[in-house]
Write a protein that binds this ligand. Structure first.
Ligand code: AHR
Length: 307
């Protein structure tokens, strides 16, 4: 992040190790595994003492972890909030204790922007728009209704809310594009499979699946194949993330289009931590750069994919 020195710097004595408390959402997806590794590796390279806590997809566990970091008087707290709402009280506690907070990956809906120093992560609305635009282009000549089913991420999470709204915004331009069913698959493969099975039972005429992440798409592919259908042909599939397993399915033609969401946030986080500890101002929003992949592009990119 770009940083400028602030007057009220409260620097740590040089030579002492920075302690970073990090509360992770869980281990629900390939994306999350890559994100955790990036944070752990980058903290190690930076020489920070990382206190890592896995919330197992539960907000109450994250609140507990943040309170424990406050008690331990860590230098900086960072976390990826499982859901958007309900953070004001604990963030105020951190602020009152004088411990700066950095959000990574997911946003909170707190109105008071002084409760955290920066938010590093993707633009999820834009990701949804990219997915929607691809569907609009793909079906631009279709004269009939295109039936879409949607596998949403964790209910109340920023990526589920934003990927849904961005997608909806784009497909609204063509009244033939209809979301006929939309349900959460909690960003997991198992739930993606289960919900897709239910969709296939309830609807005989599904044209498109929009999954908010690769893992749910991969679970859904299992359900589609078990129903005797060809993923990528009988049902067009769009997902988000571009982790290795997703890219492998795309290269095999089972996923038609993937919107990338970059999990490698560790280096930017460590840079922000250092800037905050050095008493520097940092940008309040740091957006990660991302691309998209068709099946052909996935085939090309796969051999050099890092995660
Ligand atoms: O917040 C990012 C999302 O969380 C990823 O798209 C998903 O795979 C993960 O679980």
């Amino acid at each position: 992040p770009s940083a400028t020195t602030s007057a009220s710097a409260s620097e740590k004595p040089s030579g002492s190790k920075i302690t970073l408390g990090f509360s992770q959402v869980g281990a629900e997806s390939g994306w999350r595994t890559a994100n955790t590794k990036s944070i752990q590796d980058s903290a190690k390279s930076a020489g920070y003492d990382l206190k890592f806590s896995d919330a197992q997809q539960k907000q109450e566990n994250q609140i507990k972890a943040i309170r424990s970091f406050i008690q331990q008087k860590v230098d900086v707290i960072a976390f990826s909030p499982v859901v958007e709402s309900g953070w004001d009280t604990v963030l105020k506690e951190a602020k009152d204790a004088g411990i700066p907070v950095i959000l990574t990956d997911r946003a909170v809906d707190s109105e008071d922007k002084t409760l955290y120093r920066t938010f590093i992560g993707s633009d999820f609305v834009e990701e949804g728009r990219k997915a929607g635009q691809w569907v609009v282009d793909k079906f631009k000549d279709s004269q009939e209704a295109v039936n879409i089913v949607e596998l949403q991420g964790t209910t109340g999470s920023a990526p589920a809310n934003d990927r849904k709204s961005g997608f909806q915004e784009m497909i609204a331009s063509n009244p033939n594009l209809k979301v006929i069913a939309s349900q959460t698959g909690d960003f997991t493969r198992a739930k993606g499979k289960e919900v897709m099975q239910a969709f296939l039972k309830a609807h005989k005429d599904i044209d498109v699946l929009y999954a908010h992440n690769d893992d749910m798409a991969l679970g859904a592919i299992q359900a589609i194949e078990a129903a005797g259908l060809k993923p990528g042909e009988d049902i067009i599939i769009i997902s988000v993330d571009a982790v290795k397993d997703g890219m492998t399915a795309a290269a095999a033609g089972k996923i038609n289009f993937i919107v990338e969401c970059n999990p490698l946030l560790g280096p930017q986080l460590m840079e922000a931590v250092q800037a905050v500890v050095d008493g520097k101002e940092i940008e309040p929003r740091i957006v990660t750069n991302e691309t998209t992949f068709t099946s052909e592009q996935a085939k090309e990119a796969l051999p050099s994919r890092e995660y």
